[in-house]
Design a protein around this ligand. Structure first.
Ligand code: MSP
Length: 529
């Protein structure tokens, strides 16, 4: 694989980040870290979407300028991603000067080509969606189905993008490329939406929306948020609409995947694709639409007061590292489906999977190695080099090695929770192998080679587990690898079945639990809050 370019949606900055925003960034970071185990050229882009009426209104209500609001809130997003170990390569803000300049040129180019034209329009504008809605998409009471608010009637002369001209080509592209939209069941929804697609408004009058990017040759109008926002994926890496693009753009485009929420799939799989076709640029390889996160099975909303901040979860549970929260969020739903966050479920799941099953397995095994062999692994313990003395050893090694491809394949389809389940199934098999072969009994019976083989086999398997769990739990994985003297930066294709080196592996004082159980008292405290 020569490169992998991955993006998230860029978040509106009219508030602080919540757990829904965090869910997407965690999923994306996990995919990015997984692909960094498959290529040296990984590029992960995220950022914030800072223009539009909502930000203008929020800033006005706080008595500050829109830019001041954006600066304040963009910092909160950056701080949250830092706390969650989101390892992006670039954070773009749509108020960045170079982004604004390129967007102006993109707009001009589309206008010069005749793909953008001016037109008097009256329609239903939802400021939640920052777009005009088709009357047929409103609820029976005339509300926006996503925001349950009555859209405003807006009559303006705007610029329009000739989306209808690309309708057939977009439908064809979706039908010809069944893995373009992930999960594939969403493609049917998109095709239905395309059936009655119309040209879209791409500007607003400056009188109504002052907080936007100016159109070069029309001082009365500003560029409407979606064309500004969607363009971030190419402006961030050096696209030049009227000359030669940067080397980085040439290397990275087309993007491998846009990770976005299901609510904004239409903008990505229809509007953005139309714009790219008009710019004559190659299309994204995949658009992965994840589901939504609810809190205790309830939709998050300011009015219900149930908006959860991702950093408050780390604080409430006094977590040193974000790994447990990342693991929980990433496994909260199968590919593309809605997930849920609950404090109790969080506590139970991470204690069961990360502490009891995975962490404890390594801890027990290393402790036995120290107890019975003074921490030393002997040549005759290796089932790959010496005869199999304990049945099930070779098959466990093979099972774990075989799972690398299985996990890769899940990642190829953005099945993050499904891949985690496979990783945990290796942990379960290894735990069963230990229980079945009871190395403590083998030691008592003085079958020391057999005992050593059980322990060494498990440690070998733990190397694979640490690499596979690394994208989800980078800190835990690093600690595991350290205790195994294993190189966690290894590419997946380079992992062998002989990662454990013969000789002294570890001393008693270097064995540490890799993940401490989440304290139930702390969890109870946070539930009561
Ligand atoms: N600014 C636009 C995106 C422009 S992309 C060129 C936007 N911003 S947003 O802040 O409303 O949402 C950002 C991302 O967070 C979206 O992908 C959205 O689906 C996701 N989520 C917002 N709330 C969410 C949940 N409750 N659950 C999961 N993801 C959700 O849309």
């Amino acid at each position: 694989m020569d490169k992998y370019y991955i993006t998230t949606a860029i978040d509106y900055v009219n508030g602080a980040p919540h757990i829904g925003h965090a869910y997407e960034k965690i999923l994306t970071d996990i995919i990015a870290r997984h692909y960094s185990q498959r290529t040296d050229n990984l590029f992960f882009l995220t950022g914030t979407d800072e223009h539009g009426i909502k930000i203008q209104k929020t800033a006005a209500s706080k008595g500050i300028t829109p830019k001041e609001l954006c600066d304040e809130n963009a910092q909160k997003f950056k701080a949250a991603w830092k706390a969650l170990d989101i390892n992006y390569n670039k954070f773009i803000r749509t108020t960045d000067e170079d982004h604004k300049k390129i967007v102006q040129k993109i707009f001009q180019k589309l206008k010069d080509k005749g793909a953008i034209y001016k037109h008097e329009y009256e329609g239903w504008y939802c400021s939640g969606c920052e777009c005009f809605l088709n009357p047929k998409d409103l609820t029976e009471d005339g509300l926006c189905p996503d925001h349950m608010k009555k859209p405003d009637i807006v009559k303006e002369e705007n610029y329009f993008f000739k989306l209808s001209a690309y309708k057939d080509a977009i439908i064809k592209h979706i039908k010809d490329n069944p893995d373009f939209i992930v999960p594939s069941f969403r493609a049917t929804e998109v095709i239905n939406q395309l059936e009655d697609i119309q040209d879209i408004s791409v500007s607003r009058s400056k009188e109504n929306v002052g907080w936007g990017i100016d159109i070069l040759d029309d001082p009365e109008q500003s560029i409407y948020v979606w064309i500004d926002a969607l363009s971030n994926y190419i402006t961030a890496i050096g696209y030049n609409p009227d000359g030669e693009s940067d080397e980085q753009f040439k290397k990275l485009w087309p993007v491998d995947v846009h990770v976005i929420g299901k609510d904004i799939l239409k903008f990505h799989s229809i509007y953005w694709i139309g714009i790219l076709m008009a710019l004559e640029l190659p299309l994204p390889k995949h658009i992965f639409a994840h589901g939504w996160i609810t809190i205790d099975e309830t939709k998050m909303s300011k009015s219900l007061g149930n908006v959860v901040s991702p950093t408050s979860v780390l604080e409430n549970f006094e977590l040193e590292y974000p790994d447990a929260f990342r693991y929980y969020m990433a496994t909260s739903a199968p590919c593309g489906r809605d997930g849920n966050y609950s404090d109790n479920d969080f506590k139970e799941k991470v204690n069961a999977h990360l502490a009891n099953s995975m962490g404890n397995l390594l801890n027990r095994t290393l402790s036995m190695l120290v107890k019975y062999f003074d921490g030393e692994v002997k040549e005759e313990f290796f089932v790959t080099k010496s005869p199999e003395k304990v049945s099930g050893s070779l098959s466990l090694i093979k099972e774990s090695a075989g799972k690398i491809k299985v996990v890769e394949n899940h990642f190829n389809h953005f099945e993050i929770a499904e891949a985690a389940q496979e990783i945990m199934s290796i942990v379960d098999s290894a735990n069963k192998y230990v229980t079945d072969n009871a190395p403590w009994t083998l030691a008592k019976e003085e079958k020391m080679t057999e005992c050593g083989q059980v322990l060494t086999t498990v440690l070998e398997v733990m190397c694979v587990i640490s690499s596979l769990i690394y994208p989800y739990c980078p800190n835990i994985a690093r600690e595991m690898a350290k205790q195994l003297s294993y190189d966690i930066t290894k590419k997946l294709e380079d992992i062998t079945t002989d990662e454990i080196k013969p000789g002294k592996l570890i001393s008693k004082e270097d064995i540490k639990p890799v993940f401490l159980r989440v304290d139930s008292e702390l969890a109870d405290k946070s539930v009561k809050k």
